[in-house]
Design a protein around this ligand. Sequence first.
Ligand code: ATP
Ligand code: MG
Length: 398
Amino acid sequence: MMMTNTPRQPLLPASQGETTLGVLGGGQLGRMFVHAAQQMGYFTAVLDPDPTSPAGRVSHHHIQTDYLDPQGLAELSRLCSAVTTEFENVPAQALATLAEQLPVAPAASAVSIAQDRAREKAHFVRCGVPCAPYAVIETEAQLAALDDAALLPGILKTARMGYDGKGQVRVKTRAELAAAWQGLKQVPCVLEKMLPLAAECSVIVARDAAGQQVNFPVQRNLHRDGILAVTEVFEGNVSAAVAAQAVAAARSVAQGLDYVGVLCVEFFVLQDGSLVVNEIAPRPHNSGHYTIDACDLSQFDLQVRAMVGLPLVQPRLHSPTIMLNLLGDLWFEPGGDQQRTPAWDRILALPGAHLHLYGKLDAKRGRKMGHLNFTGPSPEAVREQALQAAAILGIAPF
Ligand code: ATP
Ligand code: MG
């Protein structure tokens, strides 16, 4: 049985025949992975049950089965030389099963920690990286034993399957907490103290099997309604002290997981200037989409390199950049249900605009449909264009 994370020899794109790389999940992250892999001459296979998935539509192979379907997984191992994931909640068992046959990065062990907020927080504690005060709630007894003063007001979060602020309830009192846990059907949860945020940021690292790490610069992130809205990256987007701490913390979190692949670590900057870690994503991240246009290597390029055992090179930000997320809301007339097509012609008249749409056919409010990167000669110039785009599209200024 071969439980390796990465190949012993780099898997080069074949000069004859095909070297095929697989990805579990067919969302936009998978699509951008496929684009990066194909650019380097690899063939690609996507496993996702949705026949219209964004990545499935652009991949050489699309296996349309469930993530745990034995035939689907067997077909993926047959086609591929290595496999990665783009999907937060891919069953870790699928990765473990595949790892018996071929190199898989990241490993099931790391992904399963990222999937469970309680295990994730325990990992932060183990790495000595500060996180919000929290308590795990799995039983009535644990609920009763909580230290109210230390944890309320707080946010109750389901331990598993949360994303974009889903599965979260803000609670002020013990009565609200009990009601919120009832409302979440008493599934295992984590209660986190509500912290006074000054800003949010994230760091994306890539790590290889030998422990070599590279990182992108710190991203400053603005969330609205629990969903990433804007990412800004340039010198001075956060203080130098915060940036240095965030990079060091992200690296130690990856190191502690013996991680292979691309990992994003999200942080809160508190009003007193201190930094606490929020959560990790075991894959490229929405806050790293600017890397496609503003860096000499993208997060997806590094995902490909890490999984095939090719050298990880420190990426360089060559331009100040701002990313705007394009949510489905923009496809509706303001205040109505009437559908519209956003004025891309006007957007593309703006200097430094790079439009990315994921090929999703039905726009829904809150659904990630694409993103818009701006690059330019200075942070001020980039901000000016990004604000103009926001005004054209109906995104609130930032
Ligand atoms: P993602 O899509 O990033 O996976 P998620 O559903 O996992 O989102 P979190 O990152 O836990 O959610 O929280 C979403 C947002 O809610 C955060 O980005 C932050 O703005 C706010 N938030 C979460 N926890 C806290 C906290 N303890 N104190 C203050 N604000 C918080
Ligand atoms: Mg988050």
